[in-house]
Design a protein around this ligand. Sequence first.
Ligand code: ADP
Length: 445
Amino acid sequence: MKKIRNQLMYNYILIAVFALVLVGLVTWINYAYNEAERDLLSIDLDWLEEDYQEGGLVYAFDNQFFTEEDAIELVNEDLQVVESIGNGHENGHTYEQAELNEMLSLSEYETYITVYLNDMSGYFLLLKLTPYEVYNDVLLIMGIIAFLGFSIAVFLFSRRTAKQIVDPMAELEEGMISFGKGDLDHRISYEAGNELDQIKDTFNTMANQLIKERKRREAVENNRKELVRNISHDIKTPLTNILGYAKMVSDGDLKGMDPKEVNEVILTNSLAANDLVNDFFSLSKLESVDFELNRKKTDVMEYFRQLIIDFIPELEIRNVDYEIDLPDADVEVMIDPAQLRRVLQNLIHNGLKYNDEGLKFTFEAHVEDLTVSLIVEDNGIGIPEDMHASIFEPSVRVDASRRTDGSGLGLAIATKIIEAHEGSISLSTSENGGARFVIILPVCQ
Ligand code: ADP
């Protein structure tokens, strides 16, 4: 991943290299121009005289490399032009000596050379050599190259900067605006090859995260609505019963029932409604954001053993058999003793509630490196395999034909409590077909 700073530096280096090439090119052309100028000056004067002697002025002019701007004049001893070829004076033009001297001495753009002819006393050839045209061409070419070169460099620079910085920024801005308008499906796709790619990734991850969060919130909201619907439905039965029997009492018509019996029905239904409301309240509390466990470092093996002992009188009264298989070890776990008790109590009470004679509980515990598992198993009717996952959701019960005097919230409450302990709770079928609940908790390091 390149940094924007480096990328800009590369761009500047590119322009600098371009400029260097340009300067090189211009220098080379300048050098070529000088060559051209030297070529003009390197007209072979001896050959020129020979050419003249051989074929006259026209022949000499054509034979040597004269341009149209150049001229050869044959001048006599009175400094009068006798014959002229090229861009020179008319025949008969007479030079002043001073003028001629000045011409021969120095000229910025033209070069005058005299070639004295040996066998024509006093006659000489006056050459006028003009580097003008070459010079003008060179200036024009250099100007065009410089202009083109500069334009290309600016174009390349702006294209590169646009691809690397400007376009990505524009796309980002567009994405943010779409986001601001609530379009969470907008994604950014540029490839800048610099830090802006990280911003793109962060933006896209944030968008995915927000969508996930929106879905999660929708799911929570739907669950909550369904829970309220179920609870309202569940509470209706005991309330209708209470209302019916209370009305019988107030009308003084017990339809032949024993008042004690009527009272019993009202009491049982009141308790059921009360349990339902209490469980609903507990679950809401566990789901609220400010719920916190009151955790203490506890030897969970000793805790589990003590809890089972507390339940033994109840098991014995109900003639329920039990087996305890806990390792003799100290296993420290951060637990909220009251909340964990609630979970284990619910598992034991469910076992008692949903099963009949011949019930036997098995309490086990296993210690791993980082975790400990606490197991409550019974040999009862069990729970169908296809419900092993959904049974932990609120208001899920096995089926209407079974005894259903619970709220259907016990295992949902247990799950919330165990998850708050960073643990898990799962269900499987025991060897004898009953329910086997396994709670896994992280051990203190
Ligand atoms: P509830 O308050 O109705 O007991 P739970 O969430 O605790 O609700 O249990 C959900 C359902 O799972 C119960 O209604 C029952 O049908 C079934 N269940 C729970 N534990 C057992 C068990 N040990 N044996 C058989 N069925 C069970």
